[in-house]
Design a binder for this molecule. Structure first.
Ligand code: NAD
Ligand code: IPM
Ligand code: MN
Length: 355
């Protein structure tokens, strides 16, 4: 019996609420693979843990995590702890330490979801954002000077490396090559950011010569933001820096997927030297935490990405199919999709569609 060990970091707020649903659905879907089981190892590292131990994880936390085949993550952040603590104590170091340099974020408009762009046919919006996940605008590089004085200075430096850009570009071109439309858009802002983004564009132009079969173009991020709303169906694979990818995927979630509650994400270390991390795009949503109304579908679809990453393609496809089946059905929908269904009712709908 093949066993995959999955670290489960539910986190804060609605994080644990939605992750519990994802675990249940993934276990059920695994019936589609014989001789395989998932062993879920729940780790309590969140803001409450921080308040007790003044650290986001125990001293050997990274070694513990590294012993797993993958990580399923809810969301971290709590109103009673400054956001930098969980973000810089757990989430962002995890993406860098485990070299999860691809942040893959699909956006797909399912049948049955009231998309804000109502005239778009189901399935007509189908994009994959490849977000650079280890450097760029999120590099922890900078400092503060003259703190607390009127002439205080904060310096936040962007780090763009040829290697970092090239590997995300290549991963995105490889993905585009495998999709029917074979189209790629590189997001830039080289008109204003004349060092990092100019290197980004140069690497894009160099890499594209290896992919003559992919129709590729470059688009400024502000124009891209407009086109994500104006004509989202025009995008196939999109490759973007860390910050631009972050912002554009909240946008793609709402215009294409219909809600943040449906947007899934994979933080991938393709070399598999380290475990990859799977999480919904949304945060811990303190405004609805504890009410049992969070939409678990983003977490459930993230678990589908996890299953596929582990080579359990049949189970992953079964989860995605069950989510599509539930969304199309007459079953009650959660509040973010205009209904009144509770979190657990959504999961029941998906489990019913799993058959
Ligand atoms: P958020 O994504 O938590 O919430 C934004 C809005 O979307 C809220 O109105 C929320 O109710 C709604 N929403 C989000 N997920 C939903 C779901 N599954 N079902 C229904 N509605 C949902 O973003 P925020 O409010 O800006 O941030 C809250 C906290 O989460 C902060 O501490 C932030 O730093 C953190 N955060 C963490 C992650 C992460 O861990 N990956 C990601 C984003 C934000
Ligand atoms: C995301 C989140 C994180 C990010 C935050 C919590 C640092 O917004 O995963 O999209 O910006 O990467
Ligand atoms: Mn984000």
């Amino acid at each position: 019996m093949a066993t995959f060990r999955i670290a489960v970091l539910g986190g804060d707020g609605i994080g644990p609420e939605v992750i519990d649903q994802a675990v249940q659905v993934a276990d059920t879907a695994l019936r589609h693979e014989t001789g395989t089981r998932l062993e879920w190892n729940r780790l309590p590292w969140n803001c409450a843990y921080y308040k007790q131990y003044a650290a986001m994880m125990p001293p050997d936390g990274w070694e513990i995590l590294q012993k797993h085949d993958a990580i399923l993550f809810g969301a971290i952040g709590s109103p009673d702890v400054p956001d930098q603590i969980p973000v810089h104590g757990l989430l962002l170091p995890m993406r860098r330490k485990f070299d999860q340099y691809i942040n893959l974020r699909p956006a797909y408009n399912f049948e049955g979801v009231p998309c804000p762009l109502r005239d778009k046919a189901p399935g007509s919006i189908d994009m994959l954002v490849y977000r650079e996940n280890t450097e760029g605008e999120y590099a922890p590089c900078g400092g503060r000077l003259y703190e607390g004085t009127p002439h205080e200075i904060a310096i936040q430096t962007n780090i763009f490396t040829r290697r970092g850009i090239e590997r995300i570009m290549r991963a995105a071109f490889e993905a585009a090559r495998k999709r029917p439309r074979r189209k790629l858009t590189s997001i830039t802002k080289s008109n204003a950011q004349t060092f990092g983004m100019v290197l980004w564009d140069e690497v894009f132009r160099a890499v594209r010569t290896d992919y003559p079969d992919v129709e590729s173009s470059s688009l400024l991020v502000d124009a891209a933001a407009m086109d994500f709303v104006r004509k989202p169906e025009a995008f196939d694979v999109v490759v973007a820096s860390n910050l631009f990818g972050d912002i554009l995927t909240d946008l793609s979630a709402i215009v294409s997927v219909g809600s943040l509650g449906l947007a899934s994400s994979a933080n991938i270390n393709p070399e598999r030297t380290y475990p990859s991390l799977f999480e919904p795009v949304h945060g811990s949503a303190p405004d609805i935490a504890g009410k049992g109304i969070a939409n678990p579908l983003a977490a459930i679809l993230s678990a589908a990405l996890l299953l596929e990453h582990l080579g359990l393609a049949k189970s992953g496809a079964a989860v995605r199919g069950a989510v599509a089946g539930y969304l199309k059905s007459k079953r009650p929908k959660p509040p973010d999709l205009g209904g009144t269904a509770k979190t657990v009712e959504v999961t029941q709908g998906v489990l019913a569609a799993l058959g």
